[in-house]
Ligand binder design. Structure first.
Ligand code: CU
Ligand code: ZN
Length: 214
């Protein structure tokens, strides 16, 4: 029902774009709102998919990122995010790492893994303008999740709970952003921990609550 009401708004905005009016940004903004409204309308009308309530992203408790290797690398895995009060618990299971080595593990600004080297994901997610740091630093980027430790088979299981982000809430939401594993370890130095190339990239998306955890 809502989508029917929204669609004409979208069309009238498109028509405005043809007028000699340079107000492109507000039109794009309104179009984004309309697209978001369509998304919410469709998700709330699919039977039994997610809890009703229409709260949308702010009520998300589970998110997941499936990481794929970048060009020339073989790292891949799954990272799950669970909102737990004011904290988000992060659980990563990765493979294809260098055996016995630490690898930097960050949330990056953009959920855009389109570039073969994943540079399209931008830099570390840093909505509050902090300096880079390891998880025990007094101040760090919100996306700084430290290092994963690979075992002798090149696999890593890593868990960390971070209080300075939310999955989809008002405070530093991570939904839709990128997760990156680096070739080298994060040494905590400025500006980004000297962690080298990006060997895997994934996008943080809405998790299926019925999906079995690995
Ligand atoms: Cu990174
Ligand atoms: Zn950082």
């Amino acid at each position: 029902m809502e989508s029917i009401a929204v669609a004409p708004t979208l069309r009238s905005n498109s028509n405005k774009l043809n007028k000699p009016n340079p107000m492109k940004t507000p039109n794009l903004f309104l179009t984004s709102l309309a697209v978001a409204a369509l998304w919410f309308a469709s998700s709330s009308s699919s039977p039994g998919a997610e809890p009703a309530g229409g709260g949308g992203l702010a009520e998300l408790k589970l998110a997941v990122a499936v990481l794929h290797s970048t060009a020339g690398n073989k790292c891949q895995g799954t990272v799950r995010f669970t909102q737990d009060g004011n904290a988000v618990k992060v659980v990563a299971d990765l493979e294809g790492l260098n055996p016995g080595q630490k690898h930097a593990f960050h949330i990056h600004q953009y959920g855009d893994c389109s570039a073969p080297d994943a540079m399209s994901a931008g830099s570390h997610y840093n909505p509050e303008g902090h300096q880079h740091g390891l998880p025990d630093a007094p101040s760090r980027h919100a996306g700084d999740l430290g290092n994963v430790q690979a075992d002798n088979d090149g696999k890593a299981h890593y868990e960390i709970s971070v209080a300075d982000v939310t999955i989809g809430g008002a405070h530093n939401p991570i939904i839709g952003r990128g997760v990156i594993v680096h070739a080298k370890s994060d040494d905590g130095s400025q500006p980004v921990g000297n962690a080298g190339a990006r060997i895997a990239c994934g996008v943080i998306g809405v998790a299926n609550p019925g999906e079995k955890k690995p």
